[in-house]
Design a protein around this ligand. Structure first.
Ligand code: NAD
Length: 494
């Protein structure tokens, strides 16, 4: 399938099947749904539309591979070597996968080829290496007993991911889940199923046994929900909206499954007058508009110390207006379209809500003038509101698009209070050259990830996850291993 991609979309519509037990298969019902290129709204794929019977097939295959197959019992070095080959397989196809991701999601090719796809390969390589370094603990209680621990895979893991970083976020789960010896049923978002499905071919080439990695495609409400509730699934790792996370947590509770929840955000950048303004503008522009603002870790609330507020706003506006909207496959493009027409409507509805609430548009708020076929795409100019009240919906709710609010503050306490006054607690950034203040403010923001004078730096060893309604649990490094494995104590009488 991947070979076809170079000449897409001229070559026609991709026939995207599911991947179950090492083979590409149609939905049992034969039904399909359309996936569109958000830059043009042309159909690029007819995607197998799974239902409960397809979930059943996939879960049974994963269960059999776990209970009877070689994967969980394989020596760690052997499993690690296979996962390194998966990483290499992704790197070998970097340009095709980047193109596929950009056509399916809308992100600029410069991002998919430098960020999404290389990081997807690294998600396998990192955990393939990491798993080899782990040892167990021994607790000799007294001279009559010896306790030691065994780390074992959990079983069948359901991995459910969103559409904003499709392959990157799915592999962030697959890398550690597979390294620990689990088998997986993966469910990518319906807007962006193509790169996760393409992994099947790469897994087969690398020597991953049939049934270890499976992909089901179709609506979250039916396919995803059936997967979460399935008795033979042992754990659920989910990334997506807070409301969906709550639904999944409730469904998983019926069969007492442990869940990992990486959910929504509405983070604030606190920008002090003593910051390095060149650096701050560069970082806050990325944090606002990278991936069209469709980033859970984005910083859509900019809080700026009043002394530099006017200067910040004018420089931020200049930088935003220098972003290049257009064909995501053109390397010069720095901002693509929103993922889907429905999401475009949600985001533009928020712009109307903001205006009605009395906020003022500083720039943007409309579609850019682009030539056909991109005039048909879901493009929206980078947008900023000023004159906001923090109680407004545009300051409280996750918009998940290129729309930010900018507000002045006078004191450190005031800025921290505003930053914390949302239901989310995923991330935050602080821009200052005052070392003590940086540490002080970082400590007081109620969020799982804080960046000082930078943004989106993600070392895979570090804990990742949110507080409040932004999530449950942490992944990353040893915490991923802890989530995707069970620990067993063995006590021996001597
Ligand atoms: P979403 O919640 O609509 O969907 C996510 C996935 O869940 C999709 O695969 C979907 O098909 C599936 N799904 C939907 N309903 C389901 C159900 N009842 N049972 C099982 N699966 C179901 O989210 P989205 O719109 O794809 O992604 C955007 C959201 O993801 C934003 O809120 C964003 O903040 C969040 N996000 C969070 C992180 C993080 O790490 N915290 C990272 C990226 C995105």
């Amino acid at each position: 399938m991947l070979q076809e991609l170079r000449t897409r979309p001229k070559q026609g519509v991709i026939d995207q099947k599911m991947f179950i037990n090492g083979e590409y298969v149609d939905a049992a019902s034969g039904e399909t749904f359309e996936s569109r290129n958000p830059a043009t709204n042309e159909v690029i794929a007819k995607v197998a539309k799974g239902d409960a019977s397809d979930v059943e097939r996939a879960v049974r295959a994963a269960r059999k591979a776990f209970d009877e197959g070689p994967w969980p019992r394989m020596p760690v070095a052997e499993r690690s070597a296979i996962l390194m080959k998966v990483g290499a397989g992704i790197r070998k196809r970097l340009s095709e996968l980047a193109e596929l991701e950009s056509m399916d999601q809308g992100k600029p090719i410069s991002e998919s080829s430098h960020l999404d796809i290389p990081r997807s390969a690294y998600n396998f390589e990192f955990f393939a290496e990491y798993i080899k370094t782990l040892s167990s603990e021994a607790n000799p209680v007294d001279d009559k007993f010896l306790n030691y621990t065994l780390r074992e895979p959990v079983g069948v893991v359901a991995t459910i991911s969103p559409w904003n970083f499709p392959l990157l976020l799915m592999t962030w789960k697959l890398g550690p889940a597979l390294a620990c010896g689990n088998t997986v049923v993966a469910k990518p978002a319906s807007y962006t199923p193509l790169t996760t499905a393409a992994l099947g071919e790469i897994m087969n080439e690398a020597g991953v046994p049939p049934g270890v990695f499976n992909v089901v495609l179709g609506p979250g409400g039916s396919v995803g929900n059936t997967l979460v509730g399935h008795k033979l699934v042992d754990k659920v790792s989910f990334t997506g909206e807070t409301v969906t996370g709550a639904t999944i947590t409730a469904e998983a509770a019926k069969t007492l499954k442990d869940v990992s929840m990486e959910l929504g955000g509405k983070a604030a950048s606190i920008i002090f007058a003593d910051c390095d303004l060149d650096l701050t503008i560069a970082q806050t522009i990325r944090a606002a508009y990278l991936n069209q603002g469709e980033v859970c870790l984005a910083m859509p609330r900019l809080l700026v110390e009043r002394k530099i507020y006017d200067e910040f706003c004018s420089r931020f506006q200049r930088a935003a207006e220098a972003l290049v909207l257009g064909d995501p496959l053109d390397p010069r493009t720095t901002m693509g379209p929103l993922v889907d027409r429905a999401h475009f409507k949600t985001v533009t509805d928020y712009i109307e809500i903001g205006k009605k609430e009395g906020a003022k548009i500083l720039f943007g708020g409309e579609k850019p003038a682009l030539e056909a076929p991109f005039s048909e795409g879901n493009f929206l100019k980078p947008t900023a509101f000023v004159d906001v009240d923090q109680k407004m919906r545009i300051c409280q709710e996750e918009i998940f698009g290129p729309v930010v609010t900018i507000a002045p503050f006078d004191t450190e306490d005031e800025a921290i209070a505003i930053a914390n006054d949302v239901k989310y607690g995923l991330a935050g950034t602080v821009f200052t050259t005052n070392l003590s203040r940086a540490h002080r403010v970082a400590r007081r923001i109620r969020a799982g990830l804080i960046w000082v004078n930078c943004w989106f730096v993600r070392d895979l060893r570090t804990p990742f996850g949110g507080m409040k309604e932004s999530g449950i649990g942490r992944e990353g490094g040893v915490r991923s291993i802890e989530f995707y494995s069970e620990i067993k104590n063995v006590c021996i009488a001597l």
